[in-house]
Design a protein around this ligand. Sequence first.
Ligand code: BES
Ligand code: MN
Ligand code: ZN
Length: 497
Amino acid sequence: MKFSVKAIQQPKQQKSCLILGIYENGELTQTAKEIDKISHTYITKLIKQGAFDGKLGSSLPLYHLAHTPFEVILLVGLGKADKLTAANFRKAVIASVKAANAAKHPSAICYLTEANVKDQSLSWKVKQIVEASSDALYRFDLFKSQKEPVIKLNELIIHNPDPKQQKACELALKQGEAISDGVVLTKNLANLPSNVCTPTFIAEQAKDLAKSHSSLSIKVLEEKDMQKLGMGALLGVSQGSAEDAKLIALEYKGAAKNQAPVAFIGKGVTFDTGGNSLKPADSMVGMKYDMCGAATVLGVMKAAAELKLPINIVGIIPAVENMPGGTAYKPEDILTSMSGQTIEVISTDAEGRLILADALTYCERYKPDVVIDIATLTGAVVIALGFYATGLLSNDDGLANDLLQAGQKSFDRAWQLPLWDEYQEQIKSPFADMANTGGRSAGTITAACFLSRFAKKFRWAHLDVAGTAAMMMGTQDRMATGRPVPMLMQYLIDRCL
Ligand code: BES
Ligand code: MN
Ligand code: ZN
């Protein structure tokens, strides 16, 4: 889809489809009022007769409205004016883009920027329109013989009601486009099945990405390299799989060499059977998404490179497959991590923290300013926070607050959980420096406690995205969301200010 933002004085383009917002009390937004006048108050009459009620997300296409030159005018319900929050604005945008596409028009002009959204600026609205439209039209039909209907809508012109803010709107548009590109990459990779998306495949994708941007460089460590580094935790997880493990290290250079980078580490378990602590069959469905952290890192690197952000970034992806079997690691095995700390395996299903441990230690060589890991790490975070908030834990409150704020701004939100020392007690082992599980209570926190022992040398935050990176409700409704790419991009953008 092609996006642009312009101050449109009088819409003249006959071929276009106009998207106009209407509130639930019948109040019209600015351009809707103008069109209403030209059409001899047709829209007001419609509303009075109850043909359109302005309920949030409702829409009504008017074809060839008399006295106007337009092919389609799409009325979109904004709900109650005082309830037009960020969430509701996104819903209205998504509904409008789906309806405009259903109206089979190649091009639309979106006037939803005229609506007042609580606490949000014009450039915020522009950025959200781009991101939400891209979300609305996303599909993944690579493996269907019957492809989904082609998307008719291929151009969206966003109206800028305040010409003085044109520059800011254009920047917001550019950011929205780059973030959407990153999100699409993340979704596409995540949605692939694990018989295609193996650790080797992710490494190839990362190489392709690095090839397409001169600001990106890449290094892929093979198992023998990892052996030399003593990555016993990562290799322990991988040893039952026929797929080779990879450790992918991407570097983005957007600033002076000596500027300390932001490091992202993404969990890349291409399939999580649970290993010898095998998952029940029903819980295994959805485990192709256990590499969403890795996909997020690639999405962020792509978006950051597209925006040419003036910072340095490192992206580390430990990629493995967690399988059971005769060569696989077992409960009560003791692994020696790259840090030298030993780990008693209680559950082979707590594999994410093991591969992240070695990736965190590997990360030290980049002398990062901050390290943020992204992982579908615990089922417990889904119990605690459900599908809307990402779990956030950190050893630095400043970093945690920056991420929380970036989440609010981008509407890709996180919620902080405590990382108090008391919880460390739960991962004691009688035989090794620590155990890889901490019992049933506070599962998300004890997982983060485990990681914190490998993150002592830097400011670090952990994002548990098990509930937010993909919708995994049942077998019918599974789909990657591309989260938390928008949050992390907002964090990076704000760092550049
Ligand atoms: N990949 C899972 C976490 C997960 C669960 C992601 C549900 C998405 C949806 C992780 O490797 C795992 O199995 N965690 C265990 C940890 C436990 C053994 C301490 C869990 O949450 O049950
Ligand atoms: Mn697991
Ligand atoms: Zn896992």
